[in-house]
Write a new protein. Structure first.
Ligand code: A3P
Length: 287
């Protein structure tokens, strides 16, 4: 299948047809946010499925049943994907959702609600590497070509959900005030219990240290890798082939060092820095 046929275009963004449809994108516009909804927003490959594990547990006080019985895409569905309409009526309250949409494409009811957002940001050098392997294993995405070729596509925004810099900018400039919390993938890798405490405080959950530790243990990379409800092993190989590359691939910070040449590093930093040069915010890590 030609690469253009694998995507649909949505306000200039490329979205995979396998998981998105014109109907699902209409459904988002009509989705009624409740004040208690909690949304984790990410640019793809920044820790989305990690949040699909974490959020339900933070919201239900550490009851492990959802992560043991419901696949990640149905327990904290993507706002923009086709599964939301199928499972929306079965979601417990408060609802946990995830999204890759930029801020300006959020539905009107989101802006009118008090729903909270956790925006997870990951160093784009590791994002491009993770995405490169994801394109190798996902049968519904075009072949990434060489790493060099894929990096160019990434920098030009000819990939899922467009440019990384546009995504970050859109979520850094919101009118959400204390409804939004920012966290990094790196912070979560470094000290997951501390990251969970911060998220739990933000969500107004008063979780004991024992519960935080239990959630951390069950949301570790190793545990998720063996959880069939979280590692995408329920998906047919033709769509996701973990023999080519597992979805839960390495789960580390700094894998870019094994992939970037010094020329690629210079180019990557110069393009990203230029696109952020007039921004009022600074990145939480050096590029
Ligand atoms: P790698 O490919 O670098 O391993 P997303 O869910 O947004 O697609 O992001 C996928 C990335 O998050 C993958 O990165 C995956 O391994 C990582 N990830 C998922 N769960 C994780 C966890 N519990 N700990 C660390 N990394 C995790």
């Amino acid at each position: 299948m030609a690469s253009e046929e694998m995507y649909l275009q949505y306000h200039g963004l490329l979205l995979p047809k396998e998981t998105h449809s014109p109907e699902s994108l209409k459904f988002v516009r009509k989705y009624t946010f409740s004040d208690s909804d909690v949304l984790a927003v990410t640019y793809p490959k920044s820790g989305t499925i990690w949040m699909q594990e974490i959020l339900p547990l933070l919201l239900n006080g550490g009851d492990l049943r959802p992560i043991h019985t419901i696949p990640n895409w149905d327990r904290a569905p993507w706002l923009e994907e086709t599964r939301l309409a199928v499972v929306v009526d079965q979601l417990p309250s408060p609802r946990a959702l995830v999204s890759h949409l930029p801020y300006h494409l959020m539905p009107p009811s989101f802006l009118a609600s008090k729903a909270k957002v956790i925006y997870v940001m990951r160093n784009p050098k590791d994002v491009v590497v993770s995405s490169y392997y994801f394109h190798q294993m996902a049968g519904f995405l075009p072949d990434p070509g060489t790493f060099e070729e894929f990096m160019e596509k990434f920098l030009e925004g000819r990939v899922l959900f467009g440019k990384w810099t546009d995504h970050v900018k859109s979520w850094k400039h919101t009118e959400l005030g204390d409804r939004i919390m920012y966290i990094t993938y790196e912070e979560m890798v470094q000290d997951l219990p501390a990251a969970l405490r911060r998220m739990s405080d933000f969500l107004g959950r008063n979780l004991s240290e024992e519960v935080i530790e239990k959630i951390a243990e069950n949301c570790s990379f190793e545990t998720m890798k063996t959880n069939t409800m979280s590692n995408f092993s329920l998906i047919p190989k033709v769509l996701m082939d973990d023999n080519k590359s597992p979805f839960l691939r390495k789960g580390v910070v700094g894998d870019w060092k094994n992939h970037f040449s010094s020329e690629q590093l210079t180019r990557f930093i110069s393009v990203i820095s230029k696109e952020l040069e007039n921004e009022s915010f600074s990145l939480p890590w050096s590029l």
